[in-house]
Design a protein around this ligand. Structure first.
Ligand code: DGJ
Length: 713
């Protein structure tokens, strides 16, 4: 870090950042992009000087780190607040510059006029190169301050980043990258679902016209927040663009009494001049090194067996015992008892809130099942949905007032359940006590923390409390972790409805989607991979006929798809044929052999035609790689194209083998599989040729996924 004439320069790996933080002036980001070795901030400022344009203000209002409304900046304000309609025009000027840690800067800015202090916390992570921005607001006035909006930061967007992608999706179809057509004005995504949501994952990817997966300038932005959010890109008519992300407040929701503070969630931002895959690697490295709990991040991710699609609510002791045996036999290392084990939960309309084993299904408690599972050498995991309550539950009958609601308005029906009001300490105490008791009584290594409804009316005692709800959730999880430090937690919300860096700071895995349809999953996991590493992405082998899409897919394809993630299974093993069980077992063994590479290697998405999805991982020393090439729908031409690998050592040769399906067969014979050695002892070719000449793919049926193993020789 260097400080010069009111500028602070931070560098990390291939990224540089220059902050303008002159005392008495509005702070701004002068530069954030690929590393500059000779940056002289005064020269940079001179290079960026703009001039008066007729019909405009005599002096253009510069952007700041939060584009506060009072500055007169055109476009969406990043900060807007008032005191009953007064004191709305805050303008923040730097009063103090603090440097609490290397690569962290805190800029304390004040507006004495409106009585507001804004502290920007800017951290450029030296390892991951990810920029992390937060803003803290303090009410330094003497009456309550209503905050309408407070972005984590306003970041100017490089004008070359003309291609923008947001995220859309739905239940069982999360993380769909959506190109944003050119616009002037604002692209705004408001999320009022009370969870991260399936449809508005708070993130953006921006690239230059020619950027692709392997080359070019690109930027990524993500808000680490699991509640209501607002994502905004402003393209002003003067040519400047800004990205802003922050919480979305309901009317009057965020009010600070004198002396109180509000801290925004973190905005995570990355830049690369080496394409979208390299950008993802920065985010992955940030998750692995700065977000995940260290102890768990270092541990091999065990193979899961989850009971949901096998038994749903039909819990039966002998079936579960048998399933556990089968699961252990095919290679499971953790058995997770999903929904249906507690209270009166014989279906999805009752029992939530009553967190004790159902006496009618588990008359001796969970002990016998837990002991059976651990006796088979597996860890035991258990499902909870702590924030929810069914009207048909002992909890609701005792405390009907414990739910979030808006006075005088009917609840929007949603899976027969309401959301508990976590802003009430007594609710969190109840939940902590119940979960703590179950976790203390049995040997439980893992919980799946589910959340299955949108929160339409986040009202508590007459006022909106969505922000408090999310903060209380984080605090509740932390309280449990403090008492159960070895516990691993999965964040699930009807699949990937609560997957973000905010919740990942308190959990260890995300349930990526409820769809176990391997073809859907190829796209969902590709989308999620922009921000999430494979190690946290729950990916399960589902049944032959997907329960959600009705599509029938081979075991080979289902295995190949789940292999590139935190692998597991979620199917009725008692109904599977011996042949399919053998394939599953072989696939799990393959995952275990390469688990370390899959979960720690450098990740690549390959550029492919639409009918193909191809991704891969390369070890840090480039000695080994594993790539997956999936023919999703079949090809237009007579033969499939070539695969162009990435990330290899260009100067060294690799032995390339197709290790899945095993055995691999082409549609017609003789095929290139026999001639090249790809399916046998391997094809030896230079890394540069594998990346730039490409390797012809054999003729395959649609819905076939090949896995290539490459070893440097
Ligand atoms: C939604 C989850 O995503 C599923 O995996 C399952 O746990 C159900 N909830 C249980 O109700």
């Amino acid at each position: 870090m260097q400080e010069r004439n009111g500028y602070i320069c931070l560098d990390a790996g291939g990224t540089s950042l220059v902050l303008a933080c002159h005392l008495g002036q509005r702070p701004s980001l002068l530069y954030w992009g690929p590393r500059l070795s000779l940056s002289d901030p005064d020269t940079m400022r001179a290079m960026l000087t703009r001039q008066h344009a007729p019909g405009s203000a005599d002096v253009e209002v510069p952007g700041s780190l939060i584009n506060e409304l009072g500055s007169g900046v055109a476009g969406q304000p990043g900060f807007s607040a008032h005191r009953s309609g007064e004191d709305w025009a805050s303008v923040f000027a730097v009063t103090t510059v603090r440097r609490p840690a290397p690569n962290t800067v805190e800029l304390v800015c004040r507006d004495e006029n409106t009585g507001v202090q804004a502290t920007h916390i800017i951290h450029l992570n030296p390892d991951s190169q990810i920029l992390v921005c937060e803003t803290e607001i303090e009410n330094i006035g003497d009456s309550p301050l209503s905050i309408e909006r407070c972005s984590a930061a306003s970041l100017p967007l490089d004008p070359r980043a003309t291609r923008l992608f947001g995220f859309t999706g739905r239940w069982a179809g999360e993380f769909q990258l959506e190109p944003i057509p050119p616009f002037t004005g604002s692209y705004v995504r408001d999320n009022r679902k009370g969870r991260t949501s399936h449809d508005s994952f708070p993130a953006l990817i921006c690239g230059a016209a020619e950027t692709n997966e392997q080359n070019g300038l690109c930027f990524g932005f993500h808000l680490g927040w699991s509640g209501n959010s607002r994502v905004c890109v402003d393209r002003l008519s003067d040519g400047r663009s800004f990205v802003q992300m922050g919480e979305l407040f309901f009317p009057g929701e965020m009010s600070l009494n004198p002396g109180e503070t509000y801290r925004s969630p973190c905005l995570y931002a990355g830049v690369s001049d080496q394409g979208f895959s390299a950008l993802s690697r920065l985010f992955h490295s940030h998750v692995q090194t700065a977000i995940l709990n260290d102890r768990i991040a270092q541990k091999p991710r065990p193979i899961h067996y989850n009971t949901w699609e096998a038994v749903y609510f039909d819990h039966d002791r002998s079936t579960l015992f048998e399933l556990a045996e089968k699961a252990a036999d095919v290679g499971a290392e953790r058995f997770i008892l999903d929904d249906g084990w507690f209270g009166g939960r014989r279906g999805d309309k009752a029992g939530l809130g009553d967190w004790w084993p159902s006496p009618d299904v588990y008359p001796d408690g969970l002990g016998p099942l837990v002991e059976h599972v651990t006796g088979l050498g597996m860890e035991f995991g258990l499902w909870f949905e702590p924030e929810m309550v069914n009207p048909d539950s002992d909890l609701y009958r005792a405390h009907p007032d414990w739910v979030l609601q808006a006075d005088g308005v009917d609840q929007v029906p949603f899976r027969g359940q309401y959301t508990l009001d976590l802003s009430r300490p007594e609710v969190c105490d109840y939940l902590f006590d119940r979960l703590h008791k179950v976790l203390s009584e049995y040997e439980i290594s893992y919980i799946k923390w589910d959340m299955n409804r949108d929160i339409h009316h986040p009202g508590s005692r007459g006022r909106p409390a969505g922000s408090q709800q999310t903060r209380a959730l984080y605090a509740l999880i932390e309280r449990l972790r403090a008492h159960h430090p070895d516990l691993e937690i999965e964040s699930c919300s009807s699949g990937g409805g609560r997957a973000d860096y905010g919740i990942l700071r308190h959990t260890d895995r995300i349930w990526t989607s409820d769809s176990n349809d391997a073809l859907d999953r190829q796209r969902i996991q590709r989308g999620a991979s922009h921000f999430f590493p494979l190690a946290v992405m729950g990916a399960h082998v589902g049944p032959e006929t997907c329960h959600i899409t009705g599509r029938r897919l081979s075991m080979q394809l289902r295995v190949a798809t789940a292999l590139f993630g935190h692998m597991g299974m979620e199917l009725d093993l008692l109904q599977e044929s011996a042949a399919d069980l053998n394939i599953l077992k072989a696939g799990i063994a393959l995952h275990k052999r390469h688990r370390d590479l899959i979960h720690t290697g450098e990740f690549h998405r390959l550029e492919t035609p639409d009918h193909v999805n191809a991704i891969g991982v390369v070890s840090d020393d480039q000695s080994e790689a594993l790539f997956s090439w999936c023919n999703l729908t079949g090809h237009r031409e007579t033969l499939p194209g070539r695969v162009f690998f990435a990330g290899l050592d260009a100067a060294k040769s690799y032995r390339t083998r197709i290790v899945w399906p095993d055995p691999v067969r082409s549609i017609s014979r003789p095929s290139i599989l026999e001639g090249t050695g790809l399916a046998g002892e391997g094809l030896i070719a230079p890394g540069e040729a594998l990346m730039h000449l490409g390797l012809q793919i054999p003729l395959l049926h649609p819905e076939t996924c090949l896995i290539f193993h490459l070893q440097k020789i």
